[in-house]
Unconditional design. Sequence first.
Length: 279
Amino acid sequence: MEFSLYEIFWYFVIYAVLGWVVEVCFCSINTGSFVNRGFLNGPVCPIYGFGMVAVLVCLWPLRHNILVLYAGAVVLTSALELVTGWVLKKLFHTSWWDYSNMRFNLGGYICLRFSLVWGVGAVLVVKLVHPAIAALVALVPRTAGVVLAVPVAALFVCDLIITVLGIAHMNQDIGRIDDIVRAMRAGSDILAENIGDTALAVDRKVTGAKPAAAARLDIARAELLDRRRLVAMRLMKAFPHMRSTRYVEGFERIRQWAEEEKQKRAAGKAAARSEEREQ
């Protein structure tokens, strides 16, 4: 093995942080505001760490052959993105990114354009960035590095647990909201199907049920927008193309609420600035 487990651990951490920085800078420039693009709450994008570790472990002996290095990097990073997207979708019933509108995509998980980009990025990192990273890791005394690795690993595990629990709560909320929305729509459908002699009776029943359903929906909205659901709201902001494969209507309703809250906060800030200028 070219690298020790100690080195692999720190390469993973460093590249996960650097990947997060790249993602945040790219999205912040495009959106004009700070966006935490990580799957986890902390400043890390684990997929970048796993991707670069895979490239280094598998392709480091071939680093002097640019074409082989590039082709191998394209295959490895694409395979990682494909497997990661598929696993996340199966575990959480959620699609986190979608390349379906791009040419030469596979299931929306990967596409040729970004696969080629990942390959270029990996080659540049191996050739230009990794020597400095390797020197930095080697510069730290091994004992100090091992001691520091313990709290870093613990923080990573804790962040992962918090994120998974947050996604579980999000899916519960989405499912509950989806049930309410479908129930309200089903009531309207029943009314439409019973136009005739029994329409008045059905209308009374449906009309009586609507306030209760609307109240349940308002409660669900208040709970979701509460601080206890910050993980869910952060993930929806970080992954704008995220969608639920199980609760489509409930997820879209939540996305609508999040957008309304965003506009409300923006209006509040604009009003506050206007008052300050007037004073």
